[in-house]
Write a protein that binds this ligand. Structure first.
Ligand SMILES: C[S@@+](CC[C@H](N)C(=O)[O-])C[C@H]1O[C@@H](n2cnc3c(N)ncnc32)[C@H](O)[C@@H]1O
Length: 299
């Protein structure tokens, strides 16, 4: 962008009255991104070459507009968090809230790709109470680093899981806890997360407590030795591979001798889970590793 294009963009942003409507989250997110990357970053580069007072003033103006837009989001998230805390946004009302603020219609969503978009940014804001923690424990070979399941995929998971009132959902390798919290808000079933990294587990428990999600609990444990005796539906976004994956599947097979269980997978672990002779595919996915697959125990 040239300086005059930056000036026009700033004036257009100030004049855009839609940006102050809370429901225009995606529009605001895009305006903030452009202000950051196309204006502020570019002005920083120019200021390294020449120290011009007018460039500095333009940068301050861009920063102040960006802050104003971000403060609309901060206020909106505080209000929506209070609604969740008060139990006013569960099940269909939570879906409505997501539809109202992001335009995303969970009911019509199928076969979402492994991509993040404004729905993820919105959920991140809704579930954000502290800065993201650093990893403190080294992962063993075959354990997979934290990467979150895209929010659209979690909505699809809930559509395909066919939850009943008796179900208890486990996210094995729960990371920062978004899957377990979203599944609880969308379906109402109690949810648990098993996570190897204590800092992630602490973060997730704090977030669930801030939202008063008493039926969502995160347990700091190695999935190989965790207790699964409560669970009926187990989700894995490829948290590990090789022997660890087989050991955890062996533990789940033992559970399946006590009660029928379902396993839901996403990512490359699906092929290995599909090869277990004690599981039947209920919804095999679309052949792409990055689609939701659902299996049921035979016994
Ligand atoms: C790909 S991430 C998935 C995160 C989360 N389930 C989601 O979908 O948003 C894998 C997670 O599994 C955790 N993990 C890896 N090995 C584990 C083990 N043996 N026991 C428990 N958690 C493990 C990692 O720390 C990481 O947070």
């Amino acid at each position: 962008m040239t300086i005059s294009q930056m000036q026009s963009f700033i004036e257009e942003t100030v004049a855009d009255s839609l940006l102050s409507r809370e429901e225009e989250f995606e529009r605001r997110m895009e305006a903030v991104d452009r202000m950051d990357f196309l204006v502020i970053d570019r002005l920083d580069e120019l200021l390294l070459q020449e120290d011009q007072q007018d460039l500095l003033l333009l940068k301050h103006r861009a920063e102040s507009i960006k802050q104003q837009l971000e403060s609309i989001d901060a206020k909106m998230f505080r209000r929506l968090q209070a609604r969740i805390r008060a139990g006013e946004a569960r099940g269909e009302r939570f879906r409505e809230l997501i539809r109202e603020y992001t335009g995303f219609n969970a009911a019509g969503s199928q076969e979402a790709a492994m991509e993040y978009d404004h729905v993820d940014v919105f959920i991140n804001g809704l579930f954000s109470f502290q800065t993201m923690p650093e990893q403190t424990k080294e992962l063993e070979p075959d354990m997979v680093y934290y990467q979150k399941t895209p929010a659209r995929i979690v909505f699809e998971l809930v559509e395909k899981a066919g939850f009943t009132k008796e179900d208890i959902f486990y996210d094995i390798g729960a990371g920062l806890g978004q899957v377990a919290m979203l599944v609880h808000l969308l379906s109402g079933v109690p949810t648990r997360g098993i996570e190897f990294e204590p800092a992630f587990c602490g973060y997730a428990n704090n977030c669930a407590a801030q939202l008063h999600l008493a039926n969502t609990v995160f347990i700091n444990a190695d999935a190989r030795t965790a207790c699964y005796s409560e669970g009926t539906v187990f989700f894995m976004f490829t948290p590990f591979k090789g022997q660890i994956l087989q050991q955890v599947l062996n533990a789940l097979e033992k559970e399946s001798l006590q009660r029928k269980i379902r396993i839901i997978t996403y990512g490359p672990c699906t092929a290995h889970v599909a090869s277990q002779n004690w599981l039947l595919p209920l919804s095999p996915g679309n052949g792409n590793a990055y689609s939701i697959a659902v299996f049921s125990s035979i016994s």
